[in-house]
Ligand binder design. Structure first.
Ligand code: NAD
Ligand code: UDP
Length: 312
């Protein structure tokens, strides 16, 4: 059986990764300090013999017994509301934390997967974003605690690849949604769904002309899994995300209509440095791991809405 270490295991994506690897011939050690995670995301794994959970802050130095075949570093607050609430912790987990996990991977000679993000492209001038694009990031802006930390994490990861020939892969994840997101994490999908469910005003930041594309969690997990297990992809950087791009204003209409809600739109100021457009070029993922999204927005939203209704 493959032995896998997953940081951020109690988070939205990390908990789904734990499930995916446990379902596919793996023993999983999950680490989390619950800064934005939730035990409920992994409580169903408590009795699983192949799952071990360690409560730990990965920015503090630590040692683990045993060797790993695969290390996936997914610990990091991901919602803008969360990382702006925890700016220093965010910088630390994607600097000190990344170093610690790279050292653990090096000692085990394991494959290393870094959860990177479309945010490394900043407010992109090139559209859609290809992996070759270097981005447009404000290094002293409020979002830099996240963008620049992720860029630094990518640099660390590539240095370990070049210096120690560590087998590393970097998925750049675009906006992903689905069950186990926190209803109050401030991201657009949970905000709009919770507002529409309560018939409250839908909060549009700016004029709502900014665009995002939304990838369903199961599709993303399939992509990360493929990128993690296929041989011969050392040093590969890869966009993973949906190519169905929506203006936020139109996305609000989709949610209102889907929930048959009486909510009205309320316009609030656009947060500083909020990217105006975002959509991945996923040709590389299609070519190297045979990946594309499969779940329609309709189906993905249905599952997400059902989940939010049930936890209420
Ligand atoms: P999340 O906030 O739900 O999960 C992050 C998890 O990491 C949480 O459980 C949190 O408690 C844990 N964590 C944070 N700092 C830690 C520390 N120092 N030590 C131990 N655990 C710590 O976020 P998510 O949406 O699941 O994102 C997971 C990863 O994917 C992040 O690295 C994020 O940057 C990346 N990502 C997510 C998206 C997205 O759309 N969800 C997009 C791009 C990139
Ligand atoms: N947004 C919005 N209303 C909300 C929450 C978010 O208009 O209640 C906008 C936000 O300004 C951004 C987009 O929706 O342009 C996506 O925001 P999110 O926080 O989900 O993720 P981001 O892509 O900014 O990291």
């Amino acid at each position: 059986m493959r032995k896998v270490l997953i940081t951020g295991a109690a988070g939205f994506i990390g908990s789904h990764l734990c499930d995916k690897f446990l379902d596919n011939n793996s023993k999983v050690v999950g680490i989390d300090n619950f800064i934005t995670g939730d035990w409920n995301n992994i409580s169903h794994l408590e009795e699983n013999k192949n799952f071990q959970f360690i409560e730990k802050d990965v920015t503090e130095s630590f040692e683990l017994s045993g060797k790993f075949d695969l290390v996936l570093h997914f610990a990091c607050p991901a919602s803008p509301v969360d990382y702006l609430k925890h700016p220093i912790e965010t910088l630390k987990v994607d600097s000190l934390g990344t170093f610690h996990l790279l050292e653990i991977a090096k000692e085990s000679n394991s494959r290393f997967i870094l959860a990177s993000t479309s945010e490394i492209y900043g407010d992109p001038i090139v559209h859609p974003q290809k992996e070759e694009y270097w981005g447009n990031v404000n290094s002293v802006g409020i979002r830099s605690v996240y963008d620049e930390a992720k860029r630094f994490s990518e640099a660390c990861t590539m240095a370990f690849y070049r210096e120690y020939e560590l087998d590393v892969r970097i998925p750049r994840i675009f906006n992903t949604y689905g069950p186990r997101m926190q209803l109050d994490d401030g991201r657009v999908v949970p905000n709009f769904i919770s507002q529409a469910l309560a018939n409250e005003d839908i909060t549009i930041y700016g004029e709502g002309s900014q665009t995002r594309s939304f990838c369903y969690i199961d599709d993303l997990i399939e992509g990360i899994f493929n990128l993690s297990i296929i041989n011969g992809l050392n040093g590969v950087v890869m966009n993973l995300g949906s190519q169905e791009e929506y203006r936020i204003l139109d996305f609000a209409d989709v949610i209102i209509e889907k929930l048959d809600s009486k909510s009205k739109k309320k316009f609030l100021p656009l947060p500083e440095d909020d990217p105006k457009q975002r959509c991945p070029d996923i040709n590389k993922a299609q070519r190297l791991i045979g990946w594309t999204t499969k779940t329609s927005l309709d189906e993905g939203l249905k599952n997400t809405i059902d989940y939010f209704k049930n936890i209420n």
